[in-house]
Design a protein around this ligand. Structure first.
Ligand code: DOR
Ligand code: ZN
Ligand code: ZN
Length: 430
């Protein structure tokens, strides 16, 4: 048995202990009070925090089609560096992931690279055109656990109803990008005082909330596993609260940028702040934080959306929407919730690993740090004091809205089934 000892770690930021991993089996072999010094590899973790490997339900790895901005390999590197052991990559590639062989190719490439489990998301409609449904059943027999037209909303209510019914029959998750496109034509920023003053066309909250309301009612009446992508408004939070209070079984995500940034950033006219849905106002940010804390919103997902400088370093209204997020997500969630005293590391494990794994029914992710469980693990230094720099990121793109921002918490090691996929300190195997 090849072994790895992680000595002096604090699982969930709690009591210090020592963990021995059976690397061949990829599982935790023992956890006890005595440090193991004769393992094949011994790492003294010096009291750093150990979390279950993070799971991101929403990323864009751009392969196939835009490998100049990200690939499954570079996206897996960025994921591992951010502490993730599983990610779900959206279907809005070129070609769109709307057939089983395309989805299989994404999965196989991720597995061959081996740094992160890359789950393909299948599109709900062929070519993301919003006209006819894909072969949801066929794709679900492969590696597709979730379907989404993300980047676009399934606007047509009748088509959405059919998608819900099919998804229910095949027991898969439907993830909606809620945006009534008829209300956002030409819009590039949150409709509010800032956009009005700066002369930017606005994307009103109601364009999101009207779709959320409709979809929640459909889920109430037709069932199925509905997931809301990137909730961005106070009103969306109220609607989710209403649905959950009635027992409607839905889940929702929020991005780190909607938790931390507001439309005050528009002042700079910097295209790096263009994102869809747009950065909103302080009251939205506050409502989203409260909703994540009380479980109205289930998970954090990055919506990691790499774009090249030719699409970002242009006039604000011409910039493509999207921000990279895999390598800053944990630091932001630690800052907003742990360093502020609002929550603890158990909460971080819940919203960034356990709940997403539960929603997608991943048997081997988001598991407790216990003997016999898969060694999908993330080591965090809560006091690393580091500065975000796009150029230093593993992602192939540099469109981070946090350029030059200082953070405390940093991922320093990631293990996927016992194999180290990221090592910040150079004392591991990788
Ligand atoms: O900001 C966004 N970028 N929102 C989306 O829905 C799509 C994504 C992308 O693909 O760039
Ligand atoms: Zn989206
Ligand atoms: Zn997205």
């Amino acid at each position: 048995m090849t072994t790895l000892a992680l000595n002096n770690v604090r699982p969930y930021g709690e009591d210090e202990t020592n963990i021995l991993i059976d690397v061949d089996a990829g599982v935790i072999d023992s956890i006890d009070g005595t440090a193991c010094t004769d393992a094949d590899e011994v790492i003294d973790c010096g009291g750093k925090i150990l979390l279950p490997g993070l799971v991101d339900m929403h990323v864009h790895l751009r392969e196939p089609g835009r490998e100049d901005t990200e690939t499954i390999a570079t996206g897996s590197d960025a994921a591992a560096k951010g502490g993730f052991t599983a990610v779900f990559t959206m279907a809005n590639t070129q070609p769109v992931i709307d057939q089983p062989f395309l989805a299989d190719a994404v999965w196989e490439k991720g597995q061959a690279y081996g740094k992160c489990d890359v789950y393909p998301v299948g599109s709900m409609t062929k070519g993301l055109k919003g006209e006819s449904l894909t072969e949801i059943g066929l794709m679900s027999r492969g590696h597709v656990k979730m379907f989404s037209d993300d980047g676009r909303c399934v606007n047509d209510p009748q088509l959405m109803r059919r998608a819900i019914e099919y998804a229910k029959a095949y027991d898969v998750v439907l993830a909606q990008h809620a945006e009534d496109h008829r209300m956002t034509d030409g819009a590039c920023a949150h409709e509010g005082e800032n956009a009005a003053r700066l002369g930017l066309r606005g994307w009103p909250r109601v364009a999101e909330e009207s779709i959320v309301a409709r979809d929640l009612i459909m889920t109430r009446d037709y069932g199925g596993r509905y997931h809301l992508c990137h909730a961005s408004t106070e009103g969306t939070v109220s609607l989710l609260r209403w649905a959950k209070a009635q027992g409607v079984d839905v889940s929702a995500e929020v991005t780190p940028h909607h938790l931390l940034l507001t439309d005050e950033k528009l002042e700079s006219f910097d295209g790096v702040y263009r994102v869809n849905p747009p950065l909103r106002e302080n009251r939205d940010t506050v409502a989203l934080r409260d909703a994540l804390l009380d479980g109205t919103i289930d998970v954090v997902a990055t919506d990691h959306a790499p774009h090249g400088s030719e699409d970002k370093c242009v006039e604000f209204e011409n910039a493509k929407p999207g921000m990279i997020g895999l390598e800053t997500s944990l630091a932001i969630i630690a800052k907003v919730f742990v360093e502020s005293g609002l929550a603890d590391w158990r909460f971080v494990a819940k919203v960034m690993s356990e709940r997403p794994a539960e929603i997608l029914r991943l048997a081997d992710q988001g598991r407790p740090i216990e003997v016999g469980e898969p060694a999908n693990l993330t080591l965090v230094d809560p006091e690393a004091a580091w500065t975000a720099r796009g150029e230093e990121m593993a992602s192939k793109s540099t469109n981070t809205p946090y350029e030059g921002s200082e953070f405390s918490a940093r991922v320093v090691g990631t293990w996927l089934r016992g194999a180290q996929t990221f090592d910040a300190v150079g004392n591991g195997t990788n």
